[in-house]
Design a protein around this ligand. Structure first.
Ligand SMILES: Nc1nc2c(ncn2[C@@H]2O[C@H](COP(=O)(O)OP(=O)(O)OP(=O)(O)O)[C@@H](O)[C@H]2O)c(=O)[nH]1
Ligand SMILES: [Mg+2]
Ligand SMILES: [Zn+2]
Length: 357
């Protein structure tokens, strides 16, 4: 490619999130033959990619998945493709990859990690100012952000429908120092504060339960109806899974925003380090229990039970910590190939049932 057109291409790619981390993975002969493209949507047998100028549809046939070493490209990935033959050469290593345990776990299917998105800079954790709001659920999303080194922002929607919207900010502040923004997702002026994170070349993933207003935020920020939005049951504020696939939308002024389908249960193969960091206050108390292997149930001189009784430790927070640690051990071992049946009954107890509270 000529120098001039190559530099135009570089500018275009940069606004799609291309940076030195990816650039240095491509060698000179690959530059001559292939084009770097970003996956902006996934379909069953194809991906939609963007080369900085246009979108292209690339079919994923058997041969291509082999080329990619069995890893299906995910939304946000960078690929090297031959645009003439519509063939994928290879996927570049992602800067980060957000994953969850696949939804089939509680129905007894194989336990595996499922990609949510690759190469994300900011995570908008969307929740709403009603009975959908849950500290324990937020802690799950915060753990995901920490594990993948993505900056979290808590977005509380539907603040226009309640009188005490500030109480939701206080509840969020009680568990995290992540920025928390109260919005009416339908109002342009109200979502303006979110623009602080919408910088050129940044990719923002929007995650949360169905019906909280993820697609509404995307539409309002884009200033046009890119995504269909749904209705929500008034009884329990649950949505109907209006968005069914992930897609990245390029906003006019540079950033990219990734809309995702509502997550019913965000189950993670947590990282123990992340949990220890997030719940350092609890782990510090363990050191004060009389017995080093204290189960915090019946033993005398238990610092945890003492703290719970004195209400210096929140019971919900302790329960959630225990639940997340239990998931961590089950899923880490399960993914690493141990006997799945051994875990099934326990996993079902922790993850099956209604939406996580
Ligand atoms: N009043 C009010 N309504 C909102 C707000 N945010 C979303 N809604 C409404 O809530 C409903 C659901 O919004 P969606 O944007 O479809 O929700 P979603 O999170 O994308 O849902 P899924 O695609 O099912 O995951 C729509 O009727 C929106 O108009 C808000 O801040 N205030
Ligand atoms: Mg949606
Ligand atoms: Zn104890």
């Amino acid at each position: 490619m000529e120098n001039k057109s190559k530099s135009i291409q570089q500018v275009k790619l940069k606004s799609l999130g291309w940076r030195p981390f990816f650039n240095k993975q491509v060698n000179d002969s690959e530059w001559g033959e292939f084009t770097p493209v970003r996956v902006v949507a996934e379909h069953r047998n194809a991906v939609i990619v963007h080369d900085g100028f246009n979108e292209h549809r690339i079919k994923l046939d058997h041969q291509l998945t082999n080329t990619l070493h069995q890893r299906k490209p995910t939304t946000g990935d960078w690929l090297l493709v031959d645009l003439n033959s519509e063939q994928i050469w290879r996927a570049l290593n992602p800067e980060n990859m957000m994953t969850r345990i696949s939804a089939g776990v509680s129905t007894g299917q194989k336990i595996q990690e499922q990609a949510i998105a690759a190469n994300i800079d900011i995570l908008f954790i969307v929740t709403s100012a009603n009975n959908e709001f849950s500290e324990s659920r937020l802690e799950r999303y915060l753990a995901l952000a920490k594990k993948t080194a993505v900056r979290p922002v808590i977005v509380v929607t539907k603040s226009d429908l309640v009188e005490d919207a500030q109480s939701y900010r206080k509840r969020a502040l009680a568990i995290t120092d992540a920025p928390t923004v109260l919005v009416n997702a339908k109002e342009k002026d109200s979502v303006r504060e979110l623009r602080r994170w919408l910088n050129i070349g940044n990719t923002i993933a929007v995650l949360g339960s169905s019906g909280v207003g993820k697609s509404t935020i995307v539409n309002t920020l884009a200033g046009t109806n890119l995504q269909e939005t749904g209705i929500v049951r008034t009884t329990d504020n649950h949505g109907r899974h209006t968005t069914t696939s992930r897609s990245i939308h390029l906003l006019k002024d540079g950033p990219m925003i990734l809309d995702t389908p509502g997550i019913r249960e965000l189950t993670l193969a947590h990282s123990k380090e992340v949990l220890s960091e997030m719940f350092a206050d609890i782990e510090a108390l363990f050191l004060l229990c009389r017995f080093s292997n204290c189960t915090h149930e019946l033993e005398p001189d238990c610092a945890i039970r003492d703290a719970l009784a004195k209400k210096v430790l929140d019971k919900r927070r302790f329960n959630n910590y225990q639940k997340l640690c239990a998931e961590h051990s089950f899923y880490t071992e399960a993914i690493n190939g141990s006997d799945k049946n051994k875990y099934d009954s326990k996993i079902k107890k922790t993850t099956r049932g209604k939406q996580q509270k």
